[in-house]
Design a protein. Sequence first.
Length: 103
Amino acid sequence: MNALATQAPPSLPSAGVVWTRTLEAIRHEGLHYALTWLERMRPLEVRENALVLGVPDRFFRDWVDDHYRAMLETHLSRLEPSLGRVAYEVVVGPPPSANLSPT
């Protein structure tokens, strides 16, 4: 039996790894204006060939989708060819950069 035939397909990287690499690529291209919006999203999961990103509300989701979807999907498919699209979910809670220590 062929050893290659019995191996499982390589797994996709985690949502966090993909999102970090995507933001780094955008930063490297000097698109800092976009990072103001994009860094407020958080990676949730990889599902059905899409990177699912958490957003704070529907307005934010719609604005980012209208202005940055094409750029995100271009970078995403370049970095991880098996992922070619983004999806959004509204997530209630503090943004990932929020200070969680008591005041």
